[in-house]
Design a protein around this ligand. Structure first.
Ligand SMILES: [Zn+2]
Length: 247
C-alpha cells in the first residue's frame, strides 16, 4: 500500500515537471461526430469597432487591409481539412464591438482567436508585432481573461510568431512578441478589450506600420498581401499542429 502511494506521488511529480516545462495544449472542445475538423480558428478582421475604422496612411485603409488579409488567410487554411476557419464578420464594413468579436470566438469554442490589425507610428516604426494578454484586464466590473487563457495565449503568441517569421524573414522587420499592456489601451485596462472577454487563446497581430513607407509599399501589392496571409496561416498551423503532438 505504502509502495503504491509512493509510486503515485512519484508519477504526479513527473507529470507536474512535464506540465511546467513542456506545456501541452489541452483542447477541451469535442469534435462533433461526422465532421472532419479537428481545430477551429476564429479570425477577426479588426474594425470598424468602437475604436473607429482604423488608421489610414500612404493611401491604404487599415480596415480594408485587415479584411483582405483575413479572407486570404481563410482561403489558405481552408485547404487543410483539419482546420475550420470562421470570420467574425461577413463584410468589410460590418460594425462589431471588440467584445462582440471575443464573444464570437467563445461561442464557436475556438482553439485560437486571431485578431488582425495594422499599427500607426512615426515614420521610422516598422514591421510586424505579436501581442497577447499576460495579465487580467478590467472593463467596468468585468475582469479577464482567465489564467488558463493567459497561459495558452502566451504559447499561441510564441508559435504564431515563429511560424510567421519563417515567411517574413528579410521582408518585414520583426518586432517580436509583446504583451497587451504594451499597447495604449492595454496599458490603461490591463489587457486589450478583445482579450478581456476571451475564453479562448487570443493573439493580436499588428501586421505592419501603415505609417511606414516600406511597410505600406509591401501591402500595396497582391504579392505582399499573399505573403502576409501565408505567414499568418503558417503561424496558425505551427500553433495548432505542434500543440497537438503531445496529445
Ligand atoms: Zn486597428
Amino acid at each position: 500500500m505504502r509502495l503504491e502511494r509512493g509510486k503515485t506521488i512519484f508519477l504526479l511529480i513527473i507529470a507536474l515537471f512535464f506540465e511546467l516545462f513542456f506545456p501541452v495544449v489541452s483542447f477541451s472542445q469535442e469534435v462533433p461526430i461526422g465532421t472532419q475538423y479537428q481545430y477551429k480558428v476564429v479570425i477577426d478582421p479588426g474594425h470598424p469597432s468602437e475604436n473607429g475604422e482604423g488608421c489610414t496612411s500612404h493611401g491604404l485603409k487599415e480596415c480594408e487591409i485587415n479584411w483582405k488579409v483575413s479572407i486570404l488567410t481563410k482561403q489558405i487554411l481552408d485547404q487543410d481539412q483539419k482546420i475550420q476557419v470562421i470570420l467574425t464578420k461577413g463584410t468589410e464594413k460590418e460594425y462589431l464591438t471588440n467584445k462582440d468579436r471575443a464573444v464570437i470566438a467563445n461561442k464557436n469554442g475556438a482553439h485560437l482567436f486571431l485578431r488582425l490589425h495594422c499599427d500607426y507610428g512615426n515614420g521610422s516604426n516598422s514591421g510586424y508585432t505579436i501581442y497577447y494578454p499576460d495579465a487580467k484586464g478590467k472593463k467596468g466590473d468585468f475582469s479577464g481573461p482567465s489564467d488558463e487563457v493567459i497561459k495558452m495565449s502566451r504559447i499561441g503568441a510564441n508559435r504564431v510568431h515563429s511560424g510567421m517569421k519563417k515567411i517574413l524573414e528579410g521582408l518585414l522587420k520583426d518586432n517580436g512578441i509583446k504583451t497587451d499592456r504594451e499597447t495604449l489601451i492595454g496599458k490603461r485596462q490591463g489587457a486589450l478589450t478583445g482579450s478581456i472577454y476571451c475564453e479562448t487563446p487570443v493573439v493580436t497581430i499588428e501586421m505592419v506600420f501603415l505609417s511606414n513607407t516600406h511597410d505600406a509599399n509591401f501591402l500595396k501589392t497582391d504579392d505582399g498581401i499573399k505573403k502576409m496571409a501565408s505567414a499568418i496561416a503558417e503561424g496558425v498551423k505551427n500553433f495548432l499542429i505542434s500543440s497537438s503532438k503531445g496529445n
